[in-house]
Design a binder for this molecule. Structure first.
Ligand code: ZN
Length: 141
């Protein structure tokens, strides 16, 4: 117990956000007995229970089952990028504003197409194999 880092309300934790479906910066909002109970996501401003467990471990069992894709994102991808040029994909950086952009180039996911601006700080982006919520206009202040 003593080895655990003790947080305080207002501290920042970088953890998985179920709503954003990615690792996001969170602010501790509720504490109980030196343990973080609830955190607020800086990306979507939603408050949720802080979970320590890793998401990958939970998904391991499901990977054995044959995959049934509900929707072919590959098909959509072809349609989305059909009229796009390589130079329309701008290098992604969470501190930039992509509101007026369509193409995005992510260091990990590759080229993506912004299908929706969810908020001033959030984008819904379709990549070839996945759909991700990315942060924009992010500032460390
Ligand atoms: Zn979030």
């Amino acid at each position: 117990m003593a080895t655990e880092k003790i947080y305080a309300i207002g501290d920042e934790i970088f953890t998985e956000c179920g709503k954003c479906k990615s690792e996001m910066h969170h602010i501790v909002t509720t504490m109980k007995d030196d343990k973080v109970k609830k955190v607020m996501c800086k990306g979507c401003n939603s408050t949720h229970v802080f979970r320590v467990k890793k998401k990958k471990a939970v998904k391991a069992g499901a990977a054995d089952k044959p995959k049934v894709k509900r929707r072919s994102s590959k098909k959509d991808w072809g349609k989305l990028t059909a009229d796009m040029q390589d130079d329309e994909f701008i290098d992604y950086n969470m501190s930039l504003d992509f509101t007026q952009q369509r193409g995005i180039k992510h260091h990990k996911f590759g080229n993506g197409v912004i299908i929706k601006v969810l908020a001033t700080t959030q984008l819904e982006v379709v990549f070839q194999d996945s759909i991700k919520i990315l942060v924009q206009n992010y500032s460390m202040n």
